[in-house]
Ligand binder design. Structure first.
Ligand code: ZN
Ligand code: ZN
Length: 318
């Protein structure tokens, strides 16, 4: 089981996936860790805390806080949580909006140390599985705000470990709501299409927080085709009810399925055709040949983009 999980993780980390639908992710979902919205600079990443705490790290250092008092500003949020350790307060489009207040009453706390998150959780009160902490603003005293930490183990879920994980039976799910766990994604997709063997929530390498996308691997071709043919899927779980996009998971190290590299100097195939009559990787030449045939002229290639571009996110802790 451990070995299997490790293989899945290696496979997924090594293989960049198609990211072209990231644009559809609404800001409510949490926004990306984007250097443009983070006020920072400093070499904190080289600090030893990450090595020391590796074995006991259980949560993302990024924590969602919702239901904030409307008149609480960034400095007041920072000082409300500063007792747990150094942190930066962020929210989507913070830099552009030039607002001192989180516009929708929620923000993200980016802690320097994972242990701060554990301390924060311990200080919370629990109500119906939700965590709350009281926070004060200039006009509102002791308002309970919701604290939503992300548990690292919720990023992967194996439903059927006896099936090999086939990247060619794996779909990319874009616009996944942030609180959705891999387990929940697996259950929803299994209910809709059957045959799910694995689901994963994509997290950013820096904070290990969900990026708003996921992957689901199926055990059989029919389920895979049913999922990509639907193109959109309604994710319903608890408070969540959202239509998200489903696409084949595109790999960047596949040979052309037509010529096996014969016509393209053995290079990896740049195109994938997601039409169910094709479902193949093609080099440029084979793409042109196959898609000049009647009925296939309108197929559109999927191209994996960007891959795992290293994202430099230097922080300044306060
Ligand atoms: Zn070819
Ligand atoms: Zn095609």
């Amino acid at each position: 089981m451990d070995k299997f999980l490790k293989r899945i993780k290696n496979n997924i980390q090594r293989k960049p996936f198609f990211q072209g639908i990231d644009d559809h992710i609404p800001e409510e979902a949490g926004g990306f860790v984007d250097s443009s919205v983070m006020p920072m600079n400093s070499p904190t990443r080289s600090s030893p805390h990450s090595q020391n705490s590796e074995s006991v790290e259980r949560f993302s250092r990024k924590v969602f806080v919702g239901g904030l008092p409307p008149d609480i500003d960034e400095d007041e949020i920072t000082s409300s949580f500063r007792r747990f350790g150094p942190l930066v307060v962020d929210w989507p489009h913070k830099a552009e909006s030039k607002s001192y207040f989180p516009p929708k009453g929620y923000a993200f706390l980016l802690f320097q140390d994972e242990s701060s998150v554990q301390q924060l959780i311990e200080a919370c009160i629990t109500d119906e599985d939700k965590l709350y902490l009281c926070v004060s603003s200039p006009t509102i005293k002791d308002k309970p705000v919701q604290i939503r930490p992300w548990r690292l183990s919720d990023a992967d879920f194996v439903l059927n470990a006896s099936m090999p994980l086939d990247p060619r039976k794996t779909v990319f799910v874009g616009g996944v709501p942030r609180p959705l766990k891999a387990f929940e994604l697996a259950m929803i997709m299994d209910r809709l299409y059957g045959g799910v063997c694995y689901a994963g929530i994509d997290t950013d390498p820096e904070l290990k927080y969900p990026k708003g996308a996921g992957r689901v691997a199926f055990a059989n071709q029919q389920s895979y085709i049913a999922a990509i043919s639907a193109r959109f899927v309604q994710l319903q779980h608890g408070d969540i009810d959202k239509r998200v996009e489903v696409k084949p998971y595109v790999l960047d190290d596949q040979m052309c399925d037509e010529c096996q590299g014969q016509l393209c100097g053995g290079k990896f195939a740049p195109f994938f055709c997601a039409n169910v009559t094709c479902l193949q990787y093609y080099c440029e030449q084979c793409w042109a040949t196959i898609h000049s045939k009647t009925g296939r002229e309108y197929h559109k290639p999927l191209v994996k983009e960007g891959a795992d571009r290293p994202r430099a996110v230097p922080f300044r802790w306060c």
